[in-house]
Design a protein around this ligand. Structure first.
Ligand SMILES: Cc1cc2nc3c(=O)[nH]c(=O)nc-3n(C[C@H](O)[C@H](O)[C@H](O)COP(=O)(O)O)c2cc1C
Length: 579
Protein backbone atom coordinates (compact mmCIF):
# COMPACT_ATOMS: atom_id res chain seq x y z
CA UNK A 1 0.00 0.00 0.00
CA UNK A 2 1.15 3.55 -0.60
CA UNK A 3 3.32 4.79 2.22
CA UNK A 4 4.36 1.28 3.25
CA UNK A 5 7.27 1.24 0.88
CA UNK A 6 9.50 3.50 -1.09
CA UNK A 7 10.51 3.37 -4.70
CA UNK A 8 13.74 4.50 -6.25
CA UNK A 9 14.13 6.88 -9.12
CA UNK A 10 16.98 7.08 -11.61
CA UNK A 11 19.47 8.50 -9.18
CA UNK A 12 18.52 5.89 -6.53
CA UNK A 13 17.34 8.57 -4.13
CA UNK A 14 14.39 7.35 -2.10
CA UNK A 15 11.06 8.85 -3.06
CA UNK A 16 8.00 8.88 -0.89
CA UNK A 17 5.25 7.19 -2.85
CA UNK A 18 2.53 9.21 -1.16
CA UNK A 19 4.06 12.41 -2.45
CA UNK A 20 4.37 11.10 -6.01
CA UNK A 21 0.70 10.08 -5.89
CA UNK A 22 -0.22 13.52 -4.65
CA UNK A 23 1.84 15.21 -7.34
CA UNK A 24 0.22 13.04 -10.01
CA UNK A 25 -3.29 13.77 -8.78
CA UNK A 26 -2.42 17.46 -8.44
CA UNK A 27 -1.16 17.54 -12.04
CA UNK A 28 -4.43 16.07 -13.22
CA UNK A 29 -6.42 18.59 -11.25
CA UNK A 30 -4.31 21.55 -12.37
CA UNK A 31 -4.53 20.66 -16.06
CA UNK A 32 -8.30 20.49 -16.27
CA UNK A 33 -10.02 22.82 -18.70
CA UNK A 34 -12.82 24.83 -17.07
CA UNK A 35 -15.61 26.79 -18.73
CA UNK A 36 -14.14 30.05 -17.43
CA UNK A 37 -10.46 29.11 -17.71
CA UNK A 38 -8.42 26.77 -19.87
CA UNK A 39 -5.37 24.93 -18.52
CA UNK A 40 -2.25 27.07 -18.75
CA UNK A 41 -0.72 27.23 -22.23
CA UNK A 42 1.18 29.80 -24.29
CA UNK A 43 -2.14 30.96 -25.79
CA UNK A 44 -0.56 31.51 -29.20
CA UNK A 45 1.67 29.63 -31.63
CA UNK A 46 5.28 30.77 -31.72
CA UNK A 47 6.17 29.58 -35.21
CA UNK A 48 9.85 30.48 -34.75
CA UNK A 49 10.22 27.76 -32.11
CA UNK A 50 7.93 25.12 -33.61
CA UNK A 51 9.58 21.76 -32.87
CA UNK A 52 10.85 19.63 -35.74
CA UNK A 53 8.42 16.66 -35.89
CA UNK A 54 11.20 14.35 -37.05
CA UNK A 55 14.00 13.19 -34.76
CA UNK A 56 17.13 11.86 -36.40
CA UNK A 57 20.41 10.62 -34.97
CA UNK A 58 23.00 12.28 -37.17
CA UNK A 59 25.89 9.98 -38.03
CA UNK A 60 24.11 6.72 -37.20
CA UNK A 61 24.25 4.19 -40.08
CA UNK A 62 20.94 4.15 -41.98
CA UNK A 63 19.08 1.10 -43.24
CA UNK A 64 16.58 2.13 -45.90
CA UNK A 65 13.35 0.14 -45.75
CA UNK A 66 11.28 -0.84 -48.78
CA UNK A 67 7.71 0.38 -49.15
CA UNK A 68 5.90 -2.93 -49.19
CA UNK A 69 2.64 -2.34 -47.32
CA UNK A 70 0.66 -2.55 -50.58
CA UNK A 71 1.62 -6.20 -50.76
CA UNK A 72 -0.16 -7.09 -47.52
CA UNK A 73 -3.47 -8.60 -48.51
CA UNK A 74 -4.95 -9.32 -45.07
CA UNK A 75 -8.41 -7.85 -44.77
CA UNK A 76 -9.44 -5.55 -41.94
CA UNK A 77 -12.08 -8.03 -40.79
CA UNK A 78 -9.49 -10.81 -40.57
CA UNK A 79 -7.41 -8.84 -38.04
CA UNK A 80 -10.01 -9.78 -35.43
CA UNK A 81 -10.20 -13.48 -36.31
CA UNK A 82 -7.59 -15.45 -34.42
CA UNK A 83 -5.33 -17.66 -36.52
CA UNK A 84 -6.76 -16.63 -39.90
CA UNK A 85 -3.76 -14.58 -41.09
CA UNK A 86 -0.71 -16.82 -41.60
CA UNK A 87 2.32 -15.50 -39.63
CA UNK A 88 4.86 -13.98 -42.02
CA UNK A 89 8.58 -14.61 -41.55
CA UNK A 90 10.31 -11.98 -39.42
CA UNK A 91 12.94 -10.14 -41.48
CA UNK A 92 13.90 -6.67 -42.60
CA UNK A 93 11.11 -6.57 -45.22
CA UNK A 94 8.31 -7.45 -42.83
CA UNK A 95 9.70 -5.23 -40.08
CA UNK A 96 9.64 -2.44 -42.67
CA UNK A 97 5.95 -3.18 -43.24
CA UNK A 98 5.30 -3.14 -39.49
CA UNK A 99 6.72 0.40 -39.21
CA UNK A 100 5.16 1.58 -42.47
CA UNK A 101 1.70 0.58 -41.19
CA UNK A 102 2.11 1.79 -37.61
CA UNK A 103 4.33 4.89 -37.30
CA UNK A 104 4.92 5.52 -41.03
CA UNK A 105 3.58 8.40 -43.11
CA UNK A 106 0.06 8.01 -44.52
CA UNK A 107 -0.10 11.18 -46.66
CA UNK A 108 1.10 14.74 -47.06
CA UNK A 109 -1.38 17.61 -46.99
CA UNK A 110 -0.74 20.85 -48.78
CA UNK A 111 -2.38 24.26 -48.52
CA UNK A 112 -1.00 27.35 -50.21
CA UNK A 113 2.69 27.45 -49.22
CA UNK A 114 2.53 24.87 -46.42
CA UNK A 115 2.90 21.13 -46.53
CA UNK A 116 2.68 18.75 -43.59
CA UNK A 117 2.87 14.98 -43.16
CA UNK A 118 0.19 12.74 -41.65
CA UNK A 119 1.01 9.40 -40.13
CA UNK A 120 -0.81 6.11 -39.54
CA UNK A 121 -0.81 6.98 -35.84
CA UNK A 122 -2.71 10.17 -35.05
CA UNK A 123 -1.43 12.86 -32.73
CA UNK A 124 -2.93 15.77 -30.89
CA UNK A 125 -2.30 18.85 -33.02
CA UNK A 126 -0.36 16.60 -35.47
CA UNK A 127 2.70 17.33 -33.33
CA UNK A 128 3.84 13.71 -32.97
CA UNK A 129 5.76 13.49 -29.70
CA UNK A 130 6.12 9.69 -30.00
CA UNK A 131 9.40 8.17 -31.24
CA UNK A 132 9.73 4.51 -32.25
CA UNK A 133 12.59 2.05 -31.73
CA UNK A 134 13.39 -1.49 -32.74
CA UNK A 135 15.50 -3.95 -30.75
CA UNK A 136 16.22 -7.07 -32.78
CA UNK A 137 18.34 -10.21 -32.65
CA UNK A 138 20.32 -11.10 -35.79
CA UNK A 139 17.84 -11.40 -38.67
CA UNK A 140 18.07 -11.76 -42.44
CA UNK A 141 19.00 -8.26 -43.61
CA UNK A 142 19.44 -6.74 -40.12
CA UNK A 143 22.36 -6.90 -37.69
CA UNK A 144 21.35 -7.39 -34.07
CA UNK A 145 21.02 -4.01 -32.47
CA UNK A 146 18.99 -1.05 -31.28
CA UNK A 147 17.48 1.04 -34.10
CA UNK A 148 15.55 4.31 -34.23
CA UNK A 149 12.78 4.63 -36.84
CA UNK A 150 12.54 7.81 -38.94
CA UNK A 151 9.03 7.96 -40.39
CA UNK A 152 9.80 10.78 -42.87
CA UNK A 153 12.53 8.70 -44.54
CA UNK A 154 11.12 5.26 -43.76
CA UNK A 155 14.49 4.12 -42.52
CA UNK A 156 16.11 2.69 -39.42
CA UNK A 157 19.08 4.39 -37.80
CA UNK A 158 21.35 1.92 -36.08
CA UNK A 159 22.05 3.39 -32.68
CA UNK A 160 23.82 0.44 -31.12
CA UNK A 161 25.13 -3.00 -31.97
CA UNK A 162 24.21 -5.53 -29.31
CA UNK A 163 27.35 -6.89 -27.70
CA UNK A 164 27.51 -10.69 -27.24
CA UNK A 165 26.90 -10.13 -23.50
CA UNK A 166 23.85 -7.98 -24.18
CA UNK A 167 22.62 -10.51 -26.66
CA UNK A 168 22.98 -13.34 -24.14
CA UNK A 169 21.01 -11.37 -21.59
CA UNK A 170 18.31 -10.61 -24.14
CA UNK A 171 17.86 -14.15 -25.44
CA UNK A 172 15.17 -14.78 -22.84
CA UNK A 173 13.17 -12.04 -24.54
CA UNK A 174 14.48 -12.00 -28.10
CA UNK A 175 14.79 -14.85 -30.56
CA UNK A 176 14.52 -15.10 -34.35
CA UNK A 177 10.77 -15.22 -33.73
CA UNK A 178 10.58 -12.22 -31.41
CA UNK A 179 11.75 -8.63 -31.20
CA UNK A 180 10.98 -5.47 -29.28
CA UNK A 181 9.44 -2.18 -30.32
CA UNK A 182 10.19 0.69 -27.93
CA UNK A 183 8.32 3.99 -27.66
CA UNK A 184 9.45 7.27 -26.14
CA UNK A 185 7.98 10.78 -25.99
CA UNK A 186 9.32 14.28 -26.49
CA UNK A 187 6.95 16.22 -24.23
CA UNK A 188 8.13 19.57 -25.59
CA UNK A 189 6.60 18.85 -29.00
CA UNK A 190 3.12 18.97 -27.41
CA UNK A 191 3.96 21.56 -24.74
CA UNK A 192 5.03 24.02 -27.45
CA UNK A 193 1.33 24.36 -28.37
CA UNK A 194 -0.63 23.06 -25.41
CA UNK A 195 1.43 24.02 -22.35
CA UNK A 196 0.69 22.20 -19.09
CA UNK A 197 -1.96 19.80 -20.45
CA UNK A 198 0.58 18.45 -22.96
CA UNK A 199 1.72 15.54 -20.78
CA UNK A 200 -1.78 14.07 -21.08
CA UNK A 201 -1.70 14.36 -24.87
CA UNK A 202 1.68 12.65 -25.07
CA UNK A 203 0.20 9.68 -23.18
CA UNK A 204 -2.84 9.54 -25.49
CA UNK A 205 -0.46 9.43 -28.40
CA UNK A 206 1.52 6.56 -26.84
CA UNK A 207 -1.76 4.64 -26.57
CA UNK A 208 -2.56 5.32 -30.22
CA UNK A 209 0.95 4.20 -31.18
CA UNK A 210 0.65 0.97 -29.11
CA UNK A 211 -2.57 0.09 -30.94
CA UNK A 212 -1.06 1.08 -34.30
CA UNK A 213 1.84 -1.31 -33.75
CA UNK A 214 -0.57 -4.04 -32.64
CA UNK A 215 -2.80 -3.70 -35.71
CA UNK A 216 0.20 -3.61 -38.07
CA UNK A 217 1.55 -6.75 -36.37
CA UNK A 218 -1.86 -8.41 -36.75
CA UNK A 219 -1.85 -7.68 -40.49
CA UNK A 220 1.37 -9.75 -40.66
CA UNK A 221 -0.09 -12.55 -38.53
CA UNK A 222 1.99 -11.54 -35.48
CA UNK A 223 1.10 -10.70 -31.90
CA UNK A 224 2.33 -7.85 -29.70
CA UNK A 225 2.30 -7.48 -25.93
CA UNK A 226 3.12 -4.62 -23.61
CA UNK A 227 5.97 -5.63 -21.31
CA UNK A 228 4.68 -4.75 -17.89
CA UNK A 229 7.77 -5.42 -15.80
CA UNK A 230 10.69 -3.24 -16.99
CA UNK A 231 11.30 -0.01 -15.14
CA UNK A 232 11.69 3.28 -16.96
CA UNK A 233 15.41 3.17 -16.09
CA UNK A 234 15.73 -0.04 -18.12
CA UNK A 235 13.73 1.32 -21.06
CA UNK A 236 15.88 4.46 -20.99
CA UNK A 237 19.11 2.47 -21.06
CA UNK A 238 17.93 0.09 -23.78
CA UNK A 239 16.82 2.94 -26.07
CA UNK A 240 19.98 4.96 -25.34
CA UNK A 241 17.99 7.89 -23.97
CA UNK A 242 20.41 8.41 -21.07
CA UNK A 243 23.45 8.95 -23.31
CA UNK A 244 24.27 12.54 -22.50
CA UNK A 245 27.02 12.69 -25.13
CA UNK A 246 24.54 11.83 -27.89
CA UNK A 247 22.22 14.62 -26.76
CA UNK A 248 24.99 17.20 -26.36
CA UNK A 249 23.66 19.27 -29.30
CA UNK A 250 20.12 19.53 -27.93
CA UNK A 251 18.42 21.30 -25.05
CA UNK A 252 17.01 19.23 -22.18
CA UNK A 253 13.48 19.82 -23.54
CA UNK A 254 14.38 18.11 -26.82
CA UNK A 255 15.26 14.86 -25.04
CA UNK A 256 13.04 11.77 -24.95
CA UNK A 257 11.17 10.27 -22.05
CA UNK A 258 10.92 6.43 -21.94
CA UNK A 259 7.44 4.97 -22.34
CA UNK A 260 7.04 1.33 -23.18
CA UNK A 261 8.46 -1.83 -24.70
CA UNK A 262 6.25 -4.05 -26.84
CA UNK A 263 7.22 -7.66 -27.41
CA UNK A 264 6.32 -8.53 -31.00
CA UNK A 265 6.13 -12.22 -31.65
CA UNK A 266 5.42 -14.55 -34.53
CA UNK A 267 3.42 -16.67 -32.12
CA UNK A 268 0.02 -15.68 -30.80
CA UNK A 269 -0.46 -14.25 -27.33
CA UNK A 270 -1.46 -16.49 -24.46
CA UNK A 271 -1.57 -15.78 -20.75
CA UNK A 272 1.65 -14.32 -19.34
CA UNK A 273 3.90 -16.99 -17.95
CA UNK A 274 6.39 -15.85 -15.32
CA UNK A 275 8.97 -18.26 -16.73
CA UNK A 276 8.47 -16.99 -20.28
CA UNK A 277 9.87 -13.91 -22.00
CA UNK A 278 7.62 -11.47 -20.16
CA UNK A 279 8.71 -13.03 -16.87
CA UNK A 280 12.35 -12.49 -17.71
CA UNK A 281 11.78 -8.96 -18.89
CA UNK A 282 12.05 -7.34 -15.51
CA UNK A 283 15.74 -8.27 -15.55
CA UNK A 284 16.48 -6.12 -18.58
CA UNK A 285 19.31 -4.21 -16.91
CA UNK A 286 21.51 -3.94 -19.97
CA UNK A 287 23.31 -0.63 -19.71
CA UNK A 288 26.73 -2.13 -18.87
CA UNK A 289 26.47 -4.32 -21.97
CA UNK A 290 25.61 -1.70 -24.55
CA UNK A 291 28.95 0.02 -25.03
CA UNK A 292 29.07 1.38 -28.59
CA UNK A 293 26.46 3.88 -29.69
CA UNK A 294 26.35 5.95 -32.86
CA UNK A 295 24.56 9.16 -33.82
CA UNK A 296 23.81 12.49 -32.22
CA UNK A 297 20.25 13.67 -31.69
CA UNK A 298 19.15 16.63 -33.82
CA UNK A 299 17.95 19.82 -32.09
CA UNK A 300 14.18 20.31 -32.47
CA UNK A 301 13.64 23.96 -31.50
CA UNK A 302 16.03 26.91 -31.23
CA UNK A 303 14.36 27.97 -27.96
CA UNK A 304 12.01 26.42 -25.43
CA UNK A 305 9.48 27.46 -22.82
CA UNK A 306 9.75 25.66 -19.47
CA UNK A 307 6.66 23.93 -18.12
CA UNK A 308 7.98 22.67 -14.76
CA UNK A 309 4.76 20.84 -13.91
CA UNK A 310 5.36 18.52 -16.87
CA UNK A 311 8.80 17.59 -15.60
CA UNK A 312 7.30 17.07 -12.15
CA UNK A 313 4.53 14.74 -13.33
CA UNK A 314 6.98 12.88 -15.58
CA UNK A 315 9.13 12.27 -12.53
CA UNK A 316 6.19 11.42 -10.28
CA UNK A 317 4.87 8.83 -12.76
CA UNK A 318 8.30 7.27 -13.37
CA UNK A 319 7.88 3.49 -13.34
CA UNK A 320 10.11 1.29 -11.19
CA UNK A 321 10.94 -2.27 -12.30
CA UNK A 322 8.24 -4.59 -11.02
CA UNK A 323 7.47 -8.29 -11.04
CA UNK A 324 5.43 -9.00 -14.18
CA UNK A 325 1.72 -9.00 -13.53
CA UNK A 326 -0.31 -12.06 -14.40
CA UNK A 327 -2.40 -11.37 -17.47
CA UNK A 328 -6.08 -11.03 -16.80
CA UNK A 329 -7.51 -13.25 -19.52
CA UNK A 330 -10.83 -11.81 -20.66
CA UNK A 331 -13.95 -13.93 -20.54
CA UNK A 332 -14.90 -15.51 -23.85
CA UNK A 333 -17.52 -13.46 -25.69
CA UNK A 334 -19.47 -14.15 -28.86
CA UNK A 335 -17.18 -13.44 -31.83
CA UNK A 336 -17.28 -9.96 -33.30
CA UNK A 337 -19.69 -9.72 -36.19
CA UNK A 338 -17.88 -9.64 -39.49
CA UNK A 339 -16.57 -6.23 -40.44
CA UNK A 340 -15.20 -4.65 -43.64
CA UNK A 341 -13.27 -6.99 -45.89
CA UNK A 342 -11.31 -4.05 -47.32
CA UNK A 343 -7.53 -4.49 -47.20
CA UNK A 344 -6.26 -3.71 -43.68
CA UNK A 345 -3.25 -1.87 -45.12
CA UNK A 346 -5.59 0.44 -47.05
CA UNK A 347 -7.86 1.20 -44.08
CA UNK A 348 -4.91 1.79 -41.77
CA UNK A 349 -3.34 4.31 -44.16
CA UNK A 350 -6.58 6.07 -45.08
CA UNK A 351 -7.40 6.74 -41.41
CA UNK A 352 -7.89 10.47 -40.97
CA UNK A 353 -9.36 12.80 -38.38
CA UNK A 354 -12.42 14.65 -39.56
CA UNK A 355 -12.12 18.42 -39.41
CA UNK A 356 -15.91 18.83 -39.71
CA UNK A 357 -18.94 16.53 -39.61
CA UNK A 358 -22.06 17.00 -41.72
CA UNK A 359 -24.71 17.01 -39.00
CA UNK A 360 -26.92 14.63 -40.98
CA UNK A 361 -25.28 11.21 -41.46
CA UNK A 362 -26.78 8.52 -39.25
CA UNK A 363 -25.54 5.00 -38.62
CA UNK A 364 -27.50 1.80 -37.98
CA UNK A 365 -27.75 0.35 -34.50
CA UNK A 366 -25.93 -2.72 -35.85
CA UNK A 367 -22.92 -0.58 -36.90
CA UNK A 368 -22.99 1.20 -33.54
CA UNK A 369 -23.05 -2.08 -31.61
CA UNK A 370 -20.21 -3.52 -33.70
CA UNK A 371 -18.08 -0.45 -32.94
CA UNK A 372 -18.74 -0.73 -29.21
CA UNK A 373 -18.22 -4.49 -29.29
CA UNK A 374 -14.75 -4.05 -30.80
CA UNK A 375 -13.82 -2.09 -27.65
CA UNK A 376 -14.29 -5.19 -25.47
CA UNK A 377 -11.30 -7.45 -24.80
CA UNK A 378 -11.40 -10.96 -26.24
CA UNK A 379 -8.63 -13.55 -25.77
CA UNK A 380 -5.99 -13.22 -28.51
CA UNK A 381 -7.90 -10.49 -30.37
CA UNK A 382 -6.10 -7.22 -31.17
CA UNK A 383 -5.51 -4.70 -29.88
CA UNK A 384 -6.78 -5.69 -26.42
CA UNK A 385 -4.45 -8.68 -26.11
CA UNK A 386 -1.60 -6.14 -25.96
CA UNK A 387 -2.57 -4.81 -22.52
CA UNK A 388 -2.16 -7.29 -19.67
CA UNK A 389 -4.81 -5.65 -17.45
CA UNK A 390 -8.60 -5.78 -17.36
CA UNK A 391 -10.36 -2.71 -18.79
CA UNK A 392 -10.14 0.39 -16.62
CA UNK A 393 -11.99 2.76 -18.95
CA UNK A 394 -15.71 2.93 -19.67
CA UNK A 395 -17.69 5.17 -21.98
CA UNK A 396 -20.24 7.89 -21.39
CA UNK A 397 -21.91 8.32 -24.80
CA UNK A 398 -23.92 11.14 -26.35
CA UNK A 399 -26.03 9.37 -28.97
CA UNK A 400 -27.26 11.79 -31.65
CA UNK A 401 -27.97 9.88 -34.85
CA UNK A 402 -28.09 6.12 -34.41
CA UNK A 403 -31.08 4.62 -36.20
CA UNK A 404 -33.21 2.62 -33.78
CA UNK A 405 -31.81 4.29 -30.66
CA UNK A 406 -33.45 7.21 -28.89
CA UNK A 407 -30.99 10.14 -28.73
CA UNK A 408 -29.63 10.57 -25.24
CA UNK A 409 -26.97 9.76 -22.70
CA UNK A 410 -25.71 6.18 -22.65
CA UNK A 411 -23.08 4.28 -20.71
CA UNK A 412 -20.92 1.36 -21.85
CA UNK A 413 -19.36 -0.72 -19.10
CA UNK A 414 -16.38 -2.54 -20.60
CA UNK A 415 -16.08 -4.74 -17.55
CA UNK A 416 -19.06 -5.95 -15.52
CA UNK A 417 -17.08 -5.62 -12.29
CA UNK A 418 -17.22 -1.82 -12.45
CA UNK A 419 -21.00 -1.68 -12.17
CA UNK A 420 -21.28 -1.81 -8.40
CA UNK A 421 -18.93 1.17 -8.01
CA UNK A 422 -19.95 3.15 -11.07
CA UNK A 423 -23.70 3.08 -10.65
CA UNK A 424 -23.75 4.69 -7.18
CA UNK A 425 -21.22 7.29 -8.40
CA UNK A 426 -23.67 8.56 -11.04
CA UNK A 427 -26.89 10.58 -10.72
CA UNK A 428 -29.65 8.56 -9.11
CA UNK A 429 -32.27 9.87 -11.59
CA UNK A 430 -30.70 7.87 -14.42
CA UNK A 431 -32.85 5.28 -16.20
CA UNK A 432 -30.38 2.34 -16.46
CA UNK A 433 -32.48 0.96 -19.31
CA UNK A 434 -31.12 -1.66 -21.71
CA UNK A 435 -31.69 -0.63 -25.35
CA UNK A 436 -33.90 -3.03 -27.28
CA UNK A 437 -31.94 -5.38 -29.58
CA UNK A 438 -28.61 -4.61 -27.92
CA UNK A 439 -26.45 -7.77 -27.86
CA UNK A 440 -26.69 -9.27 -24.42
CA UNK A 441 -22.96 -9.27 -23.67
CA UNK A 442 -22.69 -5.55 -24.48
CA UNK A 443 -23.25 -3.75 -21.19
CA UNK A 444 -24.83 -0.66 -22.74
CA UNK A 445 -27.28 1.35 -20.66
CA UNK A 446 -29.50 4.24 -21.61
CA UNK A 447 -29.20 6.75 -18.76
CA UNK A 448 -31.35 9.58 -20.15
CA UNK A 449 -33.37 10.16 -23.31
CA UNK A 450 -32.79 13.66 -24.63
CA UNK A 451 -31.33 15.73 -27.46
CA UNK A 452 -27.83 16.34 -26.10
CA UNK A 453 -26.23 17.97 -29.13
CA UNK A 454 -25.75 21.33 -27.41
CA UNK A 455 -24.39 19.73 -24.25
CA UNK A 456 -21.95 17.51 -26.13
CA UNK A 457 -20.63 20.45 -28.19
CA UNK A 458 -20.24 22.62 -25.12
CA UNK A 459 -18.46 19.94 -23.06
CA UNK A 460 -15.95 19.31 -25.89
CA UNK A 461 -14.68 22.92 -25.76
CA UNK A 462 -17.55 24.12 -27.98
CA UNK A 463 -16.28 22.03 -30.93
CA UNK A 464 -19.05 21.33 -33.43
CA UNK A 465 -17.58 17.96 -34.36
CA UNK A 466 -18.88 16.69 -31.01
CA UNK A 467 -22.52 17.47 -31.87
CA UNK A 468 -22.56 17.03 -35.66
CA UNK A 469 -21.75 13.32 -35.67
CA UNK A 470 -23.67 10.11 -35.06
CA UNK A 471 -22.33 9.99 -31.51
CA UNK A 472 -19.61 11.41 -29.32
CA UNK A 473 -18.28 10.18 -26.01
CA UNK A 474 -16.10 10.69 -22.97
CA UNK A 475 -13.87 7.92 -21.58
CA UNK A 476 -14.31 7.43 -17.85
CA UNK A 477 -11.35 5.90 -16.03
CA UNK A 478 -11.38 4.07 -12.72
CA UNK A 479 -9.03 6.76 -11.52
CA UNK A 480 -8.19 7.50 -7.89
CA UNK A 481 -8.02 3.92 -6.65
CA UNK A 482 -5.93 2.81 -9.63
CA UNK A 483 -3.30 5.47 -8.99
CA UNK A 484 -3.34 5.17 -5.20
CA UNK A 485 -3.29 1.38 -5.10
CA UNK A 486 -1.23 0.39 -8.14
CA UNK A 487 1.18 3.32 -8.29
CA UNK A 488 1.41 6.73 -9.96
CA UNK A 489 2.79 5.32 -13.23
CA UNK A 490 -0.71 3.94 -13.81
CA UNK A 491 -1.71 7.52 -14.57
CA UNK A 492 0.16 7.12 -17.84
CA UNK A 493 -1.27 3.67 -18.45
CA UNK A 494 -4.84 4.91 -18.05
CA UNK A 495 -4.18 7.41 -20.84
CA UNK A 496 -2.54 4.70 -22.93
CA UNK A 497 -5.70 2.61 -22.61
CA UNK A 498 -7.72 5.64 -23.75
CA UNK A 499 -5.45 6.01 -26.78
CA UNK A 500 -5.90 2.34 -27.65
CA UNK A 501 -9.68 2.84 -27.43
CA UNK A 502 -9.32 5.85 -29.70
CA UNK A 503 -7.33 3.96 -32.32
CA UNK A 504 -9.98 1.22 -32.48
CA UNK A 505 -12.67 3.87 -32.95
CA UNK A 506 -10.66 5.56 -35.71
CA UNK A 507 -10.31 2.29 -37.66
CA UNK A 508 -13.85 1.13 -36.97
CA UNK A 509 -15.16 4.43 -38.33
CA UNK A 510 -13.09 4.00 -41.52
CA UNK A 511 -14.36 0.42 -41.83
CA UNK A 512 -17.95 1.68 -41.56
CA UNK A 513 -17.35 4.30 -44.29
CA UNK A 514 -17.51 7.27 -41.90
CA UNK A 515 -14.85 9.08 -39.88
CA UNK A 516 -13.89 10.00 -36.33
CA UNK A 517 -11.67 12.36 -34.36
CA UNK A 518 -9.98 12.24 -30.99
CA UNK A 519 -10.91 15.21 -28.80
CA UNK A 520 -8.35 16.14 -26.17
CA UNK A 521 -9.98 19.50 -25.51
CA UNK A 522 -12.96 19.09 -23.18
CA UNK A 523 -14.15 20.61 -19.91
CA UNK A 524 -13.34 17.85 -17.45
CA UNK A 525 -15.63 18.72 -14.58
CA UNK A 526 -18.53 19.76 -16.80
CA UNK A 527 -18.60 16.23 -18.17
CA UNK A 528 -18.32 14.84 -14.64
CA UNK A 529 -21.21 17.05 -13.60
CA UNK A 530 -23.45 15.79 -16.42
CA UNK A 531 -22.93 12.28 -15.06
CA UNK A 532 -23.07 13.33 -11.42
CA UNK A 533 -19.47 12.36 -10.62
CA UNK A 534 -18.23 14.19 -7.54
CA UNK A 535 -14.98 12.50 -6.57
CA UNK A 536 -11.83 11.32 -8.27
CA UNK A 537 -13.06 7.71 -8.17
CA UNK A 538 -13.87 8.19 -11.87
CA UNK A 539 -12.34 10.80 -14.15
CA UNK A 540 -12.76 11.48 -17.84
CA UNK A 541 -9.52 11.15 -19.82
CA UNK A 542 -10.43 11.56 -23.50
CA UNK A 543 -13.33 12.50 -25.75
CA UNK A 544 -14.12 11.19 -29.20
CA UNK A 545 -16.59 11.81 -32.00
CA UNK A 546 -17.80 9.65 -34.90
CA UNK A 547 -19.88 10.70 -37.92
CA UNK A 548 -20.18 11.63 -41.60
CA UNK A 549 -17.19 13.78 -42.62
CA UNK A 550 -17.11 17.00 -44.59
CA UNK A 551 -13.92 17.13 -46.62
CA UNK A 552 -11.96 20.34 -46.96
CA UNK A 553 -11.37 20.61 -50.69
CA UNK A 554 -8.93 23.50 -50.28
CA UNK A 555 -6.34 20.93 -49.17
CA UNK A 556 -4.33 18.89 -51.66
CA UNK A 557 -3.39 15.34 -50.67
CA UNK A 558 -0.08 13.82 -51.75
CA UNK A 559 0.95 10.18 -51.46
CA UNK A 560 3.02 9.43 -48.36
CA UNK A 561 6.49 8.89 -49.78
CA UNK A 562 6.33 10.97 -52.97
CA UNK A 563 9.43 12.82 -51.79
CA UNK A 564 11.67 9.75 -51.84
CA UNK A 565 13.13 7.81 -54.68
CA UNK A 566 12.70 4.39 -53.15
CA UNK A 567 12.23 1.32 -55.31
CA UNK A 568 8.78 -0.20 -54.86
CA UNK A 569 9.26 -3.97 -54.90
CA UNK A 570 7.52 -5.91 -57.63
CA UNK A 571 4.26 -7.24 -56.13
CA UNK A 572 4.67 -10.45 -58.16
CA UNK A 573 7.76 -11.30 -56.13
CA UNK A 574 6.12 -10.68 -52.80
CA UNK A 575 6.21 -13.41 -50.19
CA UNK A 576 3.67 -11.49 -48.06
CA UNK A 577 0.41 -12.47 -49.64
CA UNK A 578 -1.99 -13.91 -47.14
CA UNK A 579 -4.15 -16.55 -48.86
C1 LIG B 1 -4.99 12.80 -28.30
C2 LIG B 1 -5.62 13.55 -29.43
C3 LIG B 1 -6.39 14.67 -29.17
C4 LIG B 1 -6.98 15.37 -30.22
N1 LIG B 1 -7.79 16.45 -29.95
C5 LIG B 1 -8.44 17.08 -30.95
C6 LIG B 1 -9.38 18.11 -30.67
O1 LIG B 1 -9.64 18.46 -29.51
N2 LIG B 1 -10.00 18.70 -31.73
C7 LIG B 1 -9.75 18.32 -33.03
O2 LIG B 1 -10.34 18.89 -33.97
N3 LIG B 1 -8.86 17.33 -33.32
C8 LIG B 1 -8.21 16.70 -32.31
N4 LIG B 1 -7.35 15.66 -32.59
C9 LIG B 1 -7.07 15.27 -33.98
C10 LIG B 1 -5.66 15.69 -34.41
O3 LIG B 1 -5.63 17.07 -34.68
C11 LIG B 1 -5.21 14.85 -35.62
O4 LIG B 1 -5.00 13.53 -35.18
C12 LIG B 1 -3.94 15.38 -36.23
O5 LIG B 1 -4.13 16.62 -36.84
C13 LIG B 1 -3.39 14.41 -37.27
O6 LIG B 1 -4.35 14.19 -38.28
P1 LIG B 1 -4.83 12.72 -38.63
O7 LIG B 1 -5.52 12.17 -37.42
O8 LIG B 1 -5.77 12.90 -39.80
O9 LIG B 1 -3.60 11.91 -38.98
C14 LIG B 1 -6.77 14.94 -31.56
C15 LIG B 1 -6.00 13.81 -31.81
C16 LIG B 1 -5.44 13.11 -30.76
C17 LIG B 1 -4.63 11.87 -31.07
Amino acid sequence: MPGDYQLFLEDSSPVNLDSTIERTLAYHQQTKHHLQRYARSPGYLDWATQPDPFRTYVGAPRIELDLRADQVTSSYGDLFRTGVIPPQPIGVETIGILFELSLGLSAWKQYQGSRWALRCNPSSGNLHPTEGYLIVPELPGLTEGVYHYVSRDHCLERRCLLSPMAHDRLTAVLSPNRFLVGLSSIHWREAWKYGERAFRYCQHDVGHAIASVRFAAAALGWSARLLDAPGDVDVTALLGLDRDADFADVAAADREHPDVLLLVSKKGTGPICRNGPEGASHKLDLSPFLPSWQGRANPLSPQHVDWPIIDEVAQATWKPATEPMETVEPAALPPLILSSQAAAATLIRQRRSCLALDGTTSISAETFYRMLDSLLPRPGVPPWDTLPWAPLLHLGLFVHRVRGLTPGLYLLERDAAVHEKLRPALRDVFLWKRPANCPEHLRLWCLAESDLRDASRMVSCHQEIASDGAFSLGMLAVFGDTIRQRGPWWYRRLFWESGVLGQVLYLEAEAAGIRSTGIGCYFDDVFHDILGIQSDAFQCLYHFTVGGPVDDDRLTTLVPYFHMERKMPDPQESPYLAP
